[in-house]
Design a protein around this ligand. Sequence first.
Ligand code: C5P
Length: 237
Amino acid sequence: MIAPMRPTEPRDRLIVALDAPDAAEAERLVATIGDAARFYKIGMELAYGGGLALAPKLAASGKRVFIDLKLHDIPNTVERATAQIARLGATFLTVHAYPQTMRAAVAGAKGSPLKLLAVSVLTSSDDSDLAEAGYAFGVSDLVERRARQAVAAGIDGLVCSPAEAARIRAAVGDALLLVTPGVRPAGAATGDQKRVATPASAIADGADYLVVGRPVTQDSDPRAAAERIVAEIAAAG
Ligand code: C5P
């Protein structure tokens, strides 16, 4: 099975993370970046700062929107919350990769164009964090197990570290879109990301979409920074 929404144009593969405290600052960034990017991620900081209202505005202006709220709750709540987010005109929504949660989100998105991404294992967790939380599997085994469960649940894609992309591709083939944060152009500051990859190597390892925040939003020229990443994606693809 070929996953839907596999991007063909390099520019469509860049998702800029709008990690801003409020909608006004996020809108300024979108205006500055202009047509250099077409896909924006609204995460918890912006959403809880009132920025969720930006989603339908961005969608109406022709941009794609990724709502990164990593849902996880009882199935009834996940299903109904997913249906609400579908009404915002978003293209992607993240949920945690628990089978029950994934199945509920798939039910909530039914009949809408919203695509669901499952967060395999948070990239801030290592094997000892998983053991502390009571898991019997280490990170790479759990990521692979959850990738297979995501396919079975009808999920469209996975958010994963670039370091995991090649292994997931080997396990599930083209059945899932792979969306990788932790991307840094050569020479860019890594910030708090521990395992980073360049746009070119993330693409070579099988990523469909790259999520990039600070290397674009904190650059003195965010538009030029986005253009450089698109050029690197084009050269790699
Ligand atoms: O600024 P930076 O490029 O590190 O931003 C990466 C974005 O991707 C942030 O919005 C972060 O919350 C998100 N993310 C991540 N690692 C994950 C999942 C999401 O960095 N495993």
